[in-house]
Design a protein around this ligand. Structure first.
Ligand SMILES: Cc1cc2nc3c(=O)[nH]c(=O)nc-3n(C[C@H](O)[C@H](O)[C@H](O)COP(=O)(O)OP(=O)(O)OC[C@H]3O[C@@H](n4cnc5c(N)ncnc54)[C@H](O)[C@@H]3O)c2cc1C
Length: 453
């Protein structure tokens, strides 16, 4: 390989290869042919042109949090944008970030100005991956998805060209980058966002229920359903109904409320009425709220998760069956859960076809997950998920591209709904040789298929 390509290239014989190939989800163990780190547009363009010349299939990585590891593959070349750490705020309130900036770095930069930002909850997820998939967070009902604040993206396409995509320039590509999922169209080197007004404080809400029985779980789910359709848009909670080896069956509900603790208490009253609720309200700056979220996450995890979009119309018997999915954990699993993420508010204010993020009218995202530590139990955990996913699938409408599950039938319909055809056309235009491909990439029949791993 031509090592003048980029400042840092990791090959399988390099001492740092073992650590460089790791991603957040440790159940994914892939061995790429090379990892090419890009410090600027020029290095990204040279890496793409090199891959094209070699007829390689290119994977793109930034924060490495894709659940299924689509940023990396056995024998594939990975273009890594994590060194692109630049952040600038201009006088019009537009924030420009490089393709390697994490949620925490972004929030930390904005701390000095007091701006909130509608990105995700995990500090080490990178904004470029999150935003291309839509980007849910604790501000979504208030300010929309992360992609709804996007005003421009710079991308190196399959021919090595630097493209600026916005409403005015390459509008189709700009449309696709807001919900079409990362890794499909090229290497995004920067993103620019329009910021929302400064906010001095928010209320961090944490409600927990310990050692719950079936009735509490049912009541909680019923309340969640009713709340997501009529609740305050200033609050975008997520929740887990979990079965943990350490703590037994329990529930948490968290998020930040854009208002005072008194207003927050009124907004979440239906959850406080459920027996056993233990609540805390912390009146903190936006930055401090994101740091409370951050403190919950480990540096890495071994898990499988599948996320789907749901409407709040589950009958009691469907809820009971859903909750029964986590009644037993797989052998070796330390944790299993039904995970819930509220939609609605400003997410729904945008038409499903106005950006590539289609399932805007759903009431919430629902996922099931299993977490284990020892790779010895991997097959049993995967079998656990495979046995449960069909029931979740039968009750729900589509899949969230940021929470992908490899074994989803007709994945293009599942991720994109009625936006599928337009995405295929855009893919053909910007990546005619299907250079950027992975097991669930946007696929057109005429384009070359996936090479075996
Ligand atoms: C612990 C955890 C918490 C999460 N919390 C949330 C959440 O609150 N809200 C939410 O919406 N999602 C959440 N996610 C999902 C997360 O948003 C997606 O996995 C996201 O795509 C990760 O981006 P990344 O850059 O960190 O990961 P990567 O795996 O590096 O990239 C993800 C995808 O984007 C592509 N990509 C990466 N960099 C580029 C680039 N420069 N140009 C083009 N394509 C690129 C990759 O090829 C891959 O397909 C979470 C994931 C984890 C593991």
């Amino acid at each position: 390989m031509n090592t003048d390509l980029c400042s840092r290239i990791i090959l399988p014989y390099c001492p740092s290869y073992e650590s460089a190939r790791q991603i957040f989800n440790r159940s994914i163990q892939k061995c790429p042919s090379s990892i090419i780190y890009c410090r600027n547009d020029d290095e990204a363009a040279r890496a793409v042109c090199y891959g094209a010349r070699q007829k390689q299939e290119i994977r793109v990585r930034s924060g490495g949090h894709n659940y299924e590891g689509y940023c990396i593959g056995n024998g594939k070349m990975t273009v890594d944008t994590s060194p692109l750490k630049g952040i600038q705020l201009d006088s019009t309130g537009t924030l420009k970030i490089g393709g390697g900036v994490s949620n925490r770095e972004l929030y930390h930069f904005l701390k000095q100005y007091g701006y909130p930002f509608p990105s995700g909850t995990c500090p080490t997820v990178n904004a470029v991956g999150l935003t291309q998939g839509g980007g849910w967070g604790h501000s979504s009902r208030m300010y929309g998805l992360a992609c709804d604040s996007l005003v421009e993206a710079e991308l190196i396409d399959a021919s090595g060209r630097l493209i600026t995509a916005s409403e005015a320039s390459h509008p189709d590509l700009f449309w696709a980058l807001r919900g079409g999922g990362g890794g499909n169209f090229g290497v995004v080197t920067s993103l620019s966002y329009r910021l929302t007004p400064v906010v001095s404080h928010v209320t961090y809400v944490d409600i927990e229920y310990s050692r719950i029985d079936d009735l509490t779980a049912l009541q909680f789910f019923q309340t969640w359903q009713a709340w997501t359709t009529g609740g305050e848009i200033r609050f975008t909670p997520n929740s887990r109904i979990f079965n943990s080896a350490r703590d037994g069956m329990g529930i948490f509900l968290r998020g930040f409320f854009y208002g005072t603790p008194d207003e927050a208490e009124a907004a979440v009253q239906p959850f406080l009425d459920i027996y056993g609720a233990e609540v805390s309200f912390r009146y903190v700056t936006f930055w401090e709220a994101t740091e409370i979220d951050a403190s919950i996450y480990p540096a890495s995890e071994t898990f499988q998760f599948a996320g789907r979009f749901a409407y709040a119309d589950f009958s009691d018997s469907q809820i009971i069956s859903l909750l029964s999915l986590i009644k037993t954990r797989a052998r070796g699993a330390s944790y299993a859960s039904v995970a819930l993420y509220a939609m609605g508010g400003k997410v729904r204010a945008v038409n499903p076809c106005e950006t590539a993020f289609y399932y805007r009218n759903s009431d919430f995202i629902i996922g099931i997950e299993t977490v284990w530590e020892d790779c010895f139990f991997e097959a049993e955990n995967q079998a656990w998920m495979a046995a449960r996913f069909p029931y979740l699938h039968s009750l729900t409408t589509g899949s969230y591209i940021n929470f992908p599950y490899l074994y989803t039938d007709h994945y293009m319909d599942a991720y994109y709904g009625e936006n599928k055809e337009r995405l295929v056309e855009i893919k053909k235009r910007y990546d005619p040789c299907n250079l950027f491909r992975f097991p669930q990439s946007i696929r057109a029949d005429q384009l070359p298929g996936l090479l075996p791993e």
